[in-house]
Design a protein around this ligand. Structure first.
Ligand SMILES: [Zn+2]
Length: 364
């Protein structure tokens, strides 16, 4: 059974538009920067990438039917691309500004896999979740400089993304981003929503955090354990929620970070240094609309040499009432720079969209 997944079935096919895009030299111009994925993973054995056409239907929003990007049944056509991590250990240690031996030794220690210490083995496939890109519009248009590009790089949050909790803005931002990506595609552009499941929490999983924290000199380096609860794990996340809700005076922005720091000893355990690899892979050199308020993500993308023209904040009426505490704390904590706020009407001319009824701020 072990070998079965390595074989491509005769029924599998390479999605033509993606194949064309990936074979374009322009797409590959930044591939030498990629350290977390194998850019040729589509053709590898076993394949570490796979793509499939699909559709998206989100109950909170209605897409405008155009018969091309959005079908008659209201579903938006999408190209989904899944990518497993393939770590180039030498280059990844360089990216992390770590000694390669120390990097490998940390991996050996926490995986009990002695083979990782062997420097003749360049690549490592960590047994953790990867990244999925949802691409709206013709992906091959990314090769044209004039193409309008909207991007969200989304860190998974099961409580909100799947179960719709109202204490954070993860799902609302994800839904807003999908809507913006679809609209961008309908204007002739390309919308990309990248979803990181475990992302680089892996590094803390492998016990590399302490090393990294010591080896970085200046800008913020935050390491994931799990993405849930800012990579601190869902147990910690729920403990923080519990303390926030139970504290004297009730949940409020002023004490938002205190509780995470008090329980976990750190405010946030993520970092975004490898995240742009997925954008390099698709050949994205300029993002017209970055659907994120995170300064860490913005810094990660721009420091990777990708130009960001405009950051798009989540409109306030998309924020669940309970999540006002979080968003207020993040704004106060300089998670993003208000200087970059665009007019929301660009994406949301219909601000009275009834599909937002589960996001009660406007009514409340
Ligand atoms: Zn969340």
């Amino acid at each position: 059974m072990f070998d079965w997944h390595k074989k491509r079935s005769e029924d599998e096919f390479y999605v033509a538009e993606l194949d064309k895009h990936l074979k374009n030299d322009k797409t590959r111009e930044s591939w030498d920067k990629i350290v977390a994925f194998d850019p040729m993973g589509w053709f590898a054995h076993p394949p570490t990438m796979a793509a499939v056409y699909s559709s998206v239907l989100i109950p909170e929003v209605q897409f405008e039917v155009d018969g091309k990007i959005v079908r008659e049944d209201g579903r938006a056509n999408v190209l989904k691309l899944a990518m497993d991590y393939v770590w180039d250990m030498k280059r990844m240690s360089e990216r992390l500004e770590m000694d390669e031996d120390k990097f490998r030794a940390s991996l050996v220690k926490y995986t009990q896999n002695e083979k990782i210490a062997d420097k003749s083995r360049r690549l490592y496939l960590p047994p953790v979740g990867g990244c999925t890109c949802y691409i709206f519009g013709d992906v091959s248009l990314l090769g044209k400089e004039s193409t309008e590009v909207a991007v969200r790089v989304h860190d998974s949050c099961c409580g909100s993304d799947v179960f719709g909790t109202d204490i954070c803005t993860c799902r609302p931002y994800l839904v807003f981003a999908v809507k913006a990506a679809v609209e961008c595609a309908q204007r002739g552009g390309v919308g990309v929503v990248s979803f990181f499941s475990l992302s680089f929490s892996n590094l803390l999983f492998f016990g590399i955090s302490a090393d990294i924290q010591f080896s970085f000199s200046s800008f913020t380096q935050i390491i994931y354990y799990q993405k849930e609860g800012r990579s601190l794990g869902e147990v910690t996340k729920f403990r923080v929620y519990n303390a926030r809700k139970a504290q004297k005076g009730g949940d409020r922005s002023e004490t938002y970070f205190f509780h995470t720091e008090n329980i976990a000893g750190i405010r946030d355990a993520r970092f975004q240094e490898m995240m742009p690899d997925a954008l390099h892979f698709l050949g994205i050199k300029r993002i017209d609309w970055l659907l994120s308020m995170s300064s860490d993500k913005y810094d990660g993308i721009t420091q990777a040499g990708i130009q960001v023209m405009q950051r798009v904040a989540l409109p306030d009426y998309w924020v669940p009432k309970e999540a006002l505490v979080e968003i207020g704390a993040k704004i106060a904590g300089s998670f993003f720079s208000p200087f970059f706020f665009p007019p929301f009407s660009i994406f949301d001319s219909n601000s009275d969209c009834p599909t937002h009824s589960w996001l009660p701020l406007r009514q409340g």
